[in-house]
Design a binder for this molecule. Structure first.
Ligand code: ARG
Length: 453
C-alpha cells in the first residue's frame, strides 16, 4: 500500500502492534457502504467510466458476500480497509486500484466509524426503551404496595413501590434524549476530506452525504479526520446508561438481600452457590454494577487518548475502536439481562410492610403542627423531642403517652391519634412528581406516552 518508498517491509513486532484488523474487521459493512458511495462520487468527478463504476460496485457486493461468509477470519491484512481492497482486487482485478483515488484511510475510517456509531446508538436506544417499558409496567403492578423510601440508607418516608421503580425509569428517558442528541452530532460526513486537507478530486460531498444518509457535512477536513468527539459522545451516553443500570442494580441487590427481602428474583435470573444451598444470588444486578465501571473506563481511556493530540489524524486514534466496541458490546450484553430480571421480579408485600416504621411519619406530624400555625422549624423541633422520648423509652412514637406528648406541644396527642394509615401518609404527598397514587399514575402515563406503547 505504501511500500514504494521503503527498502524493507515492517518488522514483525511493529506489524503486530500496528495492525487493527483483529478489532476493526467489524467495520466491513460500513467500509463497503462507504466505498460504494465513493465509487459514485469519483464516477461523477470523471475518474471512472460508468463501466468501471459498475464493475467496482458489483465487485464490492461480491466482497460483502464473502465477508458475510467469514472472509475476515484469519486474514493477515493490516486493517479492514486494506482487507476490503485486497478482496476487491481478487474480484475485479486491476481496476480495483482506482477506488482509492482522492480518498484516504483517514476520511474513510472516520466515515466508517460514524456509520457504525449510528447503528450502535439505535441498538442501545432500543434496549434502553425496552428496559424503561419493563420498569413502567412493573410500576403499574406495584402502585399499591408501600415500603420505606430511603435517604442516606435510612428509612425516611413511606413511598409506593411503583414510585420507586419510576425513579429508575425516568433516568432512562434522559438517556434516550442523550442518545438522540449524540446521534445528530455523529451524523456528519467526513468522506471527501482526503488525508487532512480536502480531496484532490472535485467530488460532490453533498451527493455522498445523500447516498450515505448523513444529515450534514464536516466543515473542516483537518478537523474531520482527527475528530473523535463523536466517539466520546457515544461513550458518555453509554456510560450514563450503564451508570443508571448500576444504580438500579445496587437497589435490587439490597432489596433482594436477606435483610430486606422486599423482592424475590425469578429462578431464571438468580444464581445459587456451589457451597451454600440456601443462596439466591442477584448476579445480574451485581454484574450490571460492575459493567458500568468498564464503560466508564472506556470513556476515560478515549478522553485521555484525545487530550494530547494535535489536529488531524494521529495513529493514536486507531485505539478508539477498542474502547468503543467494548462499551457497546458491554451495554448490549447487560441491558437484556437486566430487563429480563426486572420483568420477572416479584415484590414481597409482607416484607415491605414489616419494614415500615411509625417514626417515618414524623414529617407528617411536623406538617400537622404547621397546619395549626406552628412555624416549621419549631414543629420540627417538637417532633424531634417526641422521637427522642420514644427512643429513650424504647417505644414507637405513636405509643408515647398523651401526657408526655402534650408536654412537648398541646396539639401533638390529637395529631398522633389522626395520623391514619400508611396509605394516608403517602397520599398526603400529592404534588406533581410525588408518591401519591394520582401522581404516580400521571407519571406512568407520561412515561408510557414517551416510550410509545
Ligand atoms: N486502521 C486505521 C485506524 O483505525 C485506519 C487509518 C489509518 N490511517 C493512517 N494514516 N495510517 O485508525
Amino acid at each position: 500500500m505504501w511500500g514504494g518508498r521503503f527498502g524493507t517491509g515492517p518488522e514483525a513486532a511493529f506489524q503486530q502492534l500496528n495492525r487493527s484488523l483483529p478489532v476493526d474487521w467489524r467495520l466491513w459493512p460500513q467500509d463497503v457502504r462507504g466505498s460504494k458511495a465513493w465509487v459514485q462520487a469519483i464516477l461523477r468527478a470523471g475518474v471512472l467510466t460508468s463501466k468501471e463504476a459498475t464493475t467496482l460496485t458489483a465487485g464490492l457486493d461480491q466482497v460483502a458476500a464473502r465477508l458475510a461468509n467469514g472472509a475476515a477470519t484469519g486474514a493477515a491484512d493490516e486493517d479492514v480497509h486494506t482487507l476490503v481492497e485486497r478482496l476487491l482486487y481478487e474480484e475485479v482485478g486491476a481496476v480495483a486500484g482506482k477506488l482509492h483515488t482522492g480518498r484516504s484511510r483517514n476520511d474513510q475510517v472516520a466515515t466508517d466509524l460514524r456509520l457504525w456509531c449510528l447503528d450502535a446508538v439505535d441498538a442501545v436506544d432500543r434496549e434502553v426503551t425496552e428496559l424503561a417499558k419493563t420498569l413502567v409496567s412493573q410500576a403499574r403492578g406495584g402502585l399499591d404496595l408501600i415500603l420505606p423510601g430511603y435517604t442516606h440508607g435510612q428509612r425516611a418516608q413511606p413511598v409506593r413501590w411503583g414510585f420507586l421503580l419510576l425513579a429508575h425509569a425516568w433516568p432512562l428517558i434522559r438517556d434516550r434524549q442523550r442518545l438522540r442528541e449524540t446521534r445528530s452530532r455523529v451524523a456528519q460526513l467526513p468522506l471527501g476530506s482526503g488525508a487532512l486537507a480536502g480531496s484532490g478530486i472535485p467530488v460532490d460531498r453533498e451527493q455522498i452525504r445523500q447516498i450515505l444518509g448523513f444529515s450534514g457535512i464536516c466543515g473542516n477536513a483537518l478537523d474531520a479526520t482527527g475528530d473523535r468527539d463523536f466517539v466520546a459522545d457515544v461513550l458518555f451516553a453509554l456510560t450514563m446508561v450503564s451508570t443508571h443500570a448500576s444504580r438500579l442494580g445496587a437497589e435490587i441487590v439490597t432489596f433482594s438481600g436477606s435483610e430486606y427481602g422486599f423482592v424475590r428474583l425469578a429462578d431464571g435470573f438468580a444464581s445459587g452457590s456451589s457451597l451454600m444451598p440456601q443462596k439466591r444470588n442477584p448476579d445480574v444486578f451485581e454484574l450490571a454494577r460492575a459493567k458500568s465501571a468498564r464503560t466508564l473506563g472506556d470513556l476515560v481511556a478515549l478522553l485521555t487518548t484525545l487530550k494530547g493530540l494535535p489536529a488531524g489524524y494521529n495513529k493514536d486514534l486507531q485505539e478508539d475502536k477498542v474502547v468503543l466496541f467494548d462499551a457497546v458490546d458491554t451495554v448490549l450484553l447487560m441491558l437484556p439481562a437486566v430487563r429480563g430480571a426486572v420483568a420477572t421480579l416479584t415484590p414481597v408485600p409482607a416484607r415491605m410492610r414489616a419494614a415500615l416504621d411509625v417514626a417515618m411519619l414524623a414529617t407528617d406530624l411536623a406538617d400537622g403542627l404547621v397546619k395549626k400555625g406552628v412555624p416549621f422549624r419549631e414543629a420540627h423541633h417538637h417532633v424531634g423531642r417526641l422521637v427522642r422520648v420514644a427512643e429513650e423509652k424504647g417505644i414507637a412514637i405513636d405509643k408515647v403517652s398523651a401526657n408526655a406528648s402534650r408536654n412537648i406541644h398541646p396539639a401533638l396527642p390529637g395529631l398522633v391519634a389522626t395520623l391514619g394509615s400508611w396509605e394516608d401518609s403517602v397520599e398526603r404527598r400529592s404534588t406533581a412528581g410525588g408518591s401519591s397514587r394520582k401522581s404516580v399514575l400521571e407519571q406512568i402515563q407520561t412515561l408510557e406516552r414517551e416510550l410509545g406503547r
